[in-house]
Design a protein around this ligand. Structure first.
Ligand SMILES: Cc1ncc(COP(=O)(O)O)c(C=O)c1O
Length: 404
């Protein structure tokens, strides 16, 4: 008789966003006349920029001609894209990353979930609390997280690093030494960012204790302040302790188009074993490359027109972020994030739990956000709104909340 991977049975509840979807569907069915505004899921709403569309069309035409048709893409990504990324995202910032240290993929969710496969099961992970749920759940599936304690909503073998108002939503170095440290800045869900000096402390710590940092920089394009690093490779010594995850989803609207990449420097080793070689092997065995058409579209994000156009899109979303921040502050809410990030993290009023506030907002303002407790115990009493809606919906949602 076959057996299942019973680590899957340890997973808690269903994925946060499916719970939200169910609640919204039930409310909508009961109140078909209500116009619900969704500022919950971190999905973009603006169409792909014209430079990207042009490049997609061009690549589709190439696929229609035997002379330019492409079959399987190279497992690790087309040279043209890896070189373009290297030049623009790393060399331009003075970071020493080679094109062959960049592994092109279909997005940061898959990479952030798959990367744990190259590490031993008895590695101890450290995560921020609250956290993007994928980091923890994929380690649960692998059997790395121990036993779940329902009362504290924590796993016995996970080191939690609380990110609260007291520490400005920036984690402190953990007391217990981890092997794998997940960091995400600018952060989802809190919208917090850390300075280059603060990130340097983590890099120095990881090098000192022999830990690896998995650095998720999916939101780097939203950084507006000067001293915030766009990549962990701006820090001295990151080449021996860091893996970086990047995405085209939030900077260029590829949430449905799918493209991302992971950077693993060749110096990053466990003893003599190169993580770069392990990931190359993993990628080569389990992945057949992001589509040519999509990689060409990714290349166009870095073209002169592409750069201008995606900058405008990001400015559009950041105008929404400002609208939310200012509107909620003026209504007496305590808000953070929203400056280097499209996420606004607000304290629930009147000691409401995150889910109580979710229901209250859905029922009274018909606005959907994300309960902070869905991202971890330290998210309780907080709520996330995203700037990814349309400007009109954002303004309308904030007006409704202000009028409550
Ligand atoms: C922190 C973080 N990493 C990764 C992702 C997923 O990115 P992608 O669309 O490239 O899979 C998200 C999406 O919301 C995210 O918030």
């Amino acid at each position: 008789m076959f057996k299942v991977n019973d680590n899957y049975l340890k997973l808690q509840g269903s994925y946060l966003f499916s719970n939200i979807a169910k609640k919204v569907a039930a409310f909508s069915a009961a109140n078909p006349d209500k116009d619900i505004i969704r500022l919950g899921i971190g999905d973009v709403t603006q169409p792909l920029a014209p430079a990207i569309i042009k490049s997609l069309h061009g690549a589709v035409d190439e696929m229609a001609d035997a002379a330019t048709f492409r079959g399987y893409a190279p497992d690790l990504g087309y040279e043209f894209l890896r070189t373009t990324i290297m030049e623009n995202d790393y060399k331009a910032l003075g970071c020493d990353i080679a094109a062959d240290e960049i592994f092109v993929s279909d997005g940061a969710k898959c990479d952030s979930g798959n990367i744990q496969e190259i590490f031993a099961i008895d590695n101890k992970i450290a995560v921020c609390d609250p956290v993007y749920p994928v980091y923890v759940d994929t380690n649960v599936m692998a059997g790395r997280t121990g036993v779940f304690d329902a009362s504290s909503e924590t796993w016995s073998d996970v080191i939690y690093m609380p990110c609260t108002a007291e520490n400005n939503f920036a984690p402190e170095l953990p007391k217990e030494t981890p092997d794998i440290i997940y960091l995400c800045f600018p952060n989802n869900p809190t919208g917090a960012a850390i300075t280059k000096d603060e990130l340097q402390v983590w890099v120095d710590y990881a090098n000192k204790v022999g830990a690896v940092i998995i650095y998720d920089a999916a939101y780097e394009a939203y950084i507006t302040e000067e001293n915030i690093p766009h990549t962990i490779f701006e820090c001295e010594g990151a080449r021996t302790c860091a893996i970086e995850l990047r995405s085209f989803s939030k900077n260029a609207g590829f949430t449905g188009t799918r493209l991302g990449f992971t950077v693993i420097p060749k110096e990053l080793k466990a003893g003599d074993v190169s993580l770069h070689a392990l990931w190359a092997r993993r990628h080569g065995t389990k992945y057949n490359g992001a589509p040519y058409i999509i990689q060409r579209a990714g290349e166009s994000v870095y073209s002169p027109e592409g750069k201008v156009q995606i900058k405008e899109q990001i400015a559009y979303y950041m105008k929404n972020a400002k609208t939310i921040m200012e509107g909620l502050s003026s209504a007496g809410y305590t808000v953070s994030g929203g400056v280097n990030s499209p996420y606004i993290w607000l304290k629930t009023p009147d000691k409401m739990t995150s889910w109580e506030f979710f229901d209250y907002l859905l029922e009274t303002a018909n606005v959907v956000g994300t309960p902070g407790s869905g991202f971890g115990p330290s998210g309780e009493g907080y709520f996330r709104l995203t700037a990814f809606g349309t400007y009109e919906n954002t303004v309308a949602a904030i007006e409704r909340i202000k009028n409550l």
